[in-house]
Design a protein around this ligand. Structure first.
Ligand code: HEC
Length: 201
């Protein structure tokens, strides 16, 4: 009888130890899954959205409308660049460039010693970055090349001065993935009017 009791006790202990082990095994992958994230976000697109908001891409690529604190992002035109239908800035670009910087009320067009540049459409529309390849986007920002293609003009201020040039490939890929999910807005911003660079001494 005693033998049987010992055996039952032993098998019960083994059974509970087995249960504890299997529980641990199932708990471990759960913890790992919760940690899986991209740049600290649940996926690449969410990371890209946060980078766009915090790196200030909207500051110039989203036209502004007046609000209680002055100009604010017009969310119906999110990231769509300088509006094509806006009348051209009403000043002499050459004269203005000598005196300082001029920015339109939309914050999407900038005039300075380089001439006038217009923030472009970054939405997923074909008139934005809809037809762009990821490599093009990386080249545009890292090498400051218009359209991210070889043999194109260099990007000019203020874009050429943006710290985005120092972002990692992964950060730019996340931004690109987010931009591809934005609401498509059709808008072709005007071509830049570039002044010849000052003669070198
Ligand atoms: C201070 C204003 C400003 C900010 C901030 C800014 N941009 Fe720009 N961006 C411009 C202007 C202006 C141009 C056009 C430059 C030119 O014509 O050479 C431009 C051009 C570009 C282009 C090139 C498009 C093409 O057709 O070649 C890309 C891509 C771009 N911006 C992405 C971004 C992203 C992504 C951010 C945020 C990380 C950003 N920009 C922040 C003003 C800005």
């Amino acid at each position: 009888m005693k033998k049987w009791t010992v055996l039952i006790v032993l098998s019960t202990i083994t059974f509970f130890m087995f249960l504890a082990c299997t529980n641990q095994k199932t708990a471990a992958p759960g913890i790992a899954a919760a940690k899986e994230s991209v740049g600290g976000f649940e996926n690449q697109v969410k990371w890209g959205e946060s980078l766009v908001k915090n790196a200030g891409c909207n500051d110039c690529h989203t036209p502004k409308k007046m609000g209680p604190h002055g100009p604010e992002d017009d969310m119906s035109l999110l990231l769509s660049g300088h509006p094509a239908q806006m009348p051209p800035p009403d000043f002499d670009v050459k004269e203005a460039a000598k005196k300082g910087l001029i920015v339109t009320q939309t914050f999407t067009s900038w005039t300075g010693p380089w001439g006038t540049t217009y923030a472009v459409n970054l939405t997923s529309d074909a008139s934005g970055i809809g037809g762009w390849k990821e490599e093009q986007f990386l080249k545009a920002l890292h090498e400051r090349k218009w359209m991210g293609l070889d043999n194109t003009r260099p990007l000019m201020p203020p874009m050429s001065m943006m710290p985005a040039v120092k972002m990692s490939d992964d950060e730019l890929k996340a931004i690109f993935a987010y931009l591809k999910t934005t609401a498509p807005i059709k808008n072709i911003s005007p071509q830049a009017v570039l002044l010849p660079p000052p003669a070198s001494k």
